[in-house]
Write a protein that binds this ligand. Structure first.
Ligand code: SF4
Length: 391
């Protein structure tokens, strides 16, 4: 049987596991990161890199404009790729063939797993539940520290992939006894057409949709997505446009707009900030970030500071000192954010949830396992204060 069609439960769990969870440690090495030149991926498309023929997984783009001379412009993310005939996009997933924009990522995920929801990380969304998680190749960023670069920086044709159209995804999610589908690992925005079709069908079938993303998406597709979205974790890479350009190849403002829209539309979301030494481990930035969150989003969206470990192009940079993360957590909590967590730091106070009103520990976590849960009907079991989240 063809490998692409052989889709077993075991293959779901094991496929690309190494790519997703690998966290190899290399020797620490001080690097003057901010001295590195800015990289700007805007407009860096791949000339004449489209395949010769459309394939089974080619699907016309959801949102694009035809321009003069058979050019097309994608409207999904702020990169606004303009492609001549035969060109491939910044995210590597889209091509101009015969004057039309096609995604090559539709129906061919390269990663399928069942994960605990805590791994996303989502701590205030149905704790302890399992999530059917998928990704195709492709990303609209170029993060130097990417954990999943084997799939995020690859073309759909270049990795092993499955033959799984939206109805198949929903069936597999149900038969895997999961309550939610997460669009995750690489960058979900770049397989928007596939994601939105799955999400609509998932909703009809009573499943939750979770968007795990860098938040670099235009407003029009985002407004379409929020109609069927139940939760999100958006990675706020830093609170500096300069760092965004140097570390990620993106821009800050569109991400802030995404947060505002999700907040306005009342979608449950959590914020992740991976603290990378020499890039964004700066108290001034963290102060400014927390001020912005409080002013624009309020105190209730959980904030996760994650510890960096050497990865990809930053494999000689030292891990984030835990003392730095402690300081940032203190800053955020003193400013008034209600739920501030630390990730990639096992057995730390910052892994647990304490009621923001009475201070009692109400959710205790051991890794991804919930060992205590004292929330009753969405409220603290001790003082009855409503705890923000989807419980
Ligand atoms: S989604 Fe991909 S093709 Fe579309 S604008 Fe963004 S990077 Fe370009």
């Amino acid at each position: 049987m063809n490998e692409k069609t052989l889709l077993t439960r075991r293959s779901f769990v094991t496929c690309s596991f190494a790519a997703i969870s690998s966290c190899a440690l290399a020797g620490p090495f001080a690097l003057s990161a901010l001295a590195l030149p800015a990289q700007d991926i805007h407009g860096q498309i791949f000339k004449n890199d489209a395949p010769d023929k459309l394939w089974k997984w080619s699907h016309e783009g959801f949102l694009y404009r035809k321009l003069a001379g058979d050019k097309v412009m994608c409207g999904i993310c702020p990169n606004h790729c303009i492609l001549d005939k035969g060109d491939r996009s910044v995210c590597r997933s889209k091509v101009n063939m015969n004057g039309k924009l096609y995604t090559l990522a539709y129906g061919n995920p390269c990663s399928l797993n069942v994960d605990p929801v805590e791994k996303k990380p989502l701590f205030h969304f149905k704790p302890g539940t399992r999530v059917f998680s998928l990704a195709t190749t492709g990303c609209n960023f170029r993060c130097l520290n990417c954990q999943n670069w084997e799939i995020s920086q690859a073309r759909p044709e270049d990795v092993r992939h499955y033959d799984l159209f939206p109805d198949g995804v929903v069936k597999e999610a149900i038969s895997s006894q999961t309550q939610s589908i997460a669009y995750t690992y690489s960058e979900a925005t770049t397989y928007f057409e596939y994601m939105i079709d799955i999400a609509r069908l998932a909703k009809e079938n009573g499943l939750f949709n979770l968007y795990i993303s860098n938040g670099y998406i235009n407003q029009e597709p985002l407004l379409e997505l929020v109609k069927v979205l139940d939760g999100a974790n958006i990675n706020l890479k830093s609170f500096s446009d300069d760092v965004y350009r140097k570390l990620n190849g993106g821009r800050l403002n569109p991400v802030l707009e995404t947060f505002k829209t999700l907040h306005e539309k009342k979608v449950h979301f959590e914020i992740t900030n991976l603290v990378v030494p020499g890039y964004n481990d700066n108290e001034k930035l963290v102060n400014a970030m927390c001020d912005w969150i409080l002013e624009n989003l309020g105190p209730d969206h959980p904030l996760h500071f994650l510890r960096f470990f050497p990865q990809y192009k930053l494999d000689r940079l030292a891990p984030t000192p835990v003392s730095t993360l402690d300081t940032f957590r203190d800053i955020a909590m003193k400013k008034g954010l209600h739920y501030v967590y630390l990730g990639n730091v096992p057995n730390h106070e910052g892994n647990h949830t304490c009621c923001h009103q009475c201070g009692k520990r109400i959710v205790e976590r051991k890794g991804y396992y919930i060992s205590r849960f004292d929330i009753t009907s969405g409220a603290c079991s001790y003082c009855k204060t409503v705890i923000p989240g989807v419980w």
